[in-house]
Ligand binder design. Sequence first.
Ligand code: FE2
Ligand code: FE2
Length: 279
Amino acid sequence: MKIQDVINFSNQLAKIESTPADTYIVNDIHDIKCVYTGIDIKKDEIDNKYNESIDTYLSHHPTDLLMGKGFLKELERYYPFLLNYNIDKSEAKKATESIIRLWAEVPFTDYEKSPMDLKDIAIKNNVNLFNVHLAADIYGKHIIDKHLLSLRTTTTIEELFKHLKIINEYKNTNEEFRIIIGDMKSKIGKFVFAHGCGANGGLPIAEALFKNNVDTVIYITYFRFQEKNDIEILNKFDNKNLVILPHHASDSVGFNFVLNWLEKNNIKIIRKDDIISCN
Ligand SMILES: [Fe+2]
Ligand SMILES: [Fe+2]
């Protein structure tokens, strides 16, 4: 098994032709037999090999958080995403440009400052290192969207959370389901699960959806770019809900398909506990 085989399989799952810009092959030196995997893998973990047989590190998020700015390119997916929910073109364009600008301004982490570090560590320890992000998220959204299809507009937020717990990753997680605006008794009305576009849509995407008759926006994280008044702005929308699903569980829904496929292909998988079990 080669890294490229895993990437090809993930792209097929997500039905995408080209490999997303937030997939990074940091080091590709041998066939994959034993994988250490997590939603996040930090430099230290790669440096202090947990088990001698590990030959590959596979993370969901680009390692050390924002390893590069590739995901900015993938944020362009918000434009067709919003059009798909009947947002008009100019508003969709404005919201997409705005979220790209906000993410572009976020200061970058160690890798940006010294990008060779991770590769050096992987070379020193003789391990493969790569990540599969967007493709797993697109597939995860597909699975979760399908599960949400049976909900009605009169379903409450409380019932939405309960319904999601039928999915094993949500049943098995200790993370919280959070409400940014709205409350447990609010009706979901018209809802959108805004996920699988590279990174969190923040205020601009939620605002664009609320302005266009969406009652409930479902995210898996909520990144507060401006420390200022985003919640105040969101609260100005009457009877709207912004809810946040457990992050690691949500990421695990798609990522587990990739890991299960590897196991079916006789690859040994060592999962970190930030991957929430699908069993
Ligand atoms: Fe993800
Ligand atoms: Fe994530």
